[in-house]
Design a protein around this ligand. Sequence first.
Ligand SMILES: Nc1nc2c(ncn2[C@@H]2O[C@H](COP(=O)(O)OP(=O)(O)OP(=O)(O)O)[C@@H](O)[C@H]2O)c(=O)[nH]1
Ligand SMILES: C=C(OP(=O)(O)O)C(=O)O
Length: 217
Amino acid sequence: MRTIAIVPVKRFSNAKQRLADTLPARSRVALMQAMVTDVLIALRRAQLVEGVIVVTGEPIAEQIAINYNAEVLPDAHDLGHSEAVAAGVQWALGRGAERVILVPGDCPVLDPAEVDGLLAPEPHGGPEVTIVPDRHGTGTNALVLTPPDVMPASFGEGSRARHAEAAKAAGAAVFEAEPLTLLLDVDTGEDLEALQARLEEIRGGASHTRGLLPRIL
Ligand SMILES: Nc1nc2c(ncn2[C@@H]2O[C@H](COP(=O)(O)OP(=O)(O)OP(=O)(O)O)[C@@H](O)[C@H]2O)c(=O)[nH]1
Ligand SMILES: C=C(OP(=O)(O)O)C(=O)O
């Protein structure tokens, strides 16, 4: 099933506001750069992802996307996570995608094998939505949408329940999955500590973020 990954990336200067008390701006920029790089490397290694689109107005993210064989869809206004993804879905439909996986740019320990695990189950033929929550259990870190426009994404506070409701309303089969490496997005100082702990537990992966953390913390 032709599957495209959509990675929205906000301009680095506005990114990670929830880390402003933990890191100075230049470190937040460096962290986003490293995390986006690690996410794109992981998606490129996923066997079941046929293409990657990065939706961004950030020139550095654009260059990273090009370096890792991803397409770039300009985002002139940074109107929001969901808005960026919506544009990516339309782009993916135009390129024949039958399914999309929505992945944020701030899940650096993403494991390609877990991405393939999310995409491996044979689709039932009808509309389907898989929700990957965040580690707090109320947000959404990733969505697998079959077809890509089965429902609009609605990221933000309490999005896990909202996405489940929207999927049911769309008549889609709803699944939930908790692949360990997709549960950890980095939004707060506490997430950063959890990331450091995770990087100590696992060998390999997230090479750019792993290399940067000691320099900025
Ligand atoms: N292209 C684009 N991506 C976005 C936008 N808002 C959020 N994103 C991306 O969506 C993903 C998840 O967003 P958040 O967790 O809210 O990241 P963030 O906005 O940097 O974090 P905060 O500033 O703390 O809210 C990240 O990859 C962001 O870069 C946007 O307006 N445009
Ligand atoms: C991360 C989420 O939303 P946002 O990207 O807008 O913070 C979420 O829906 O859990």
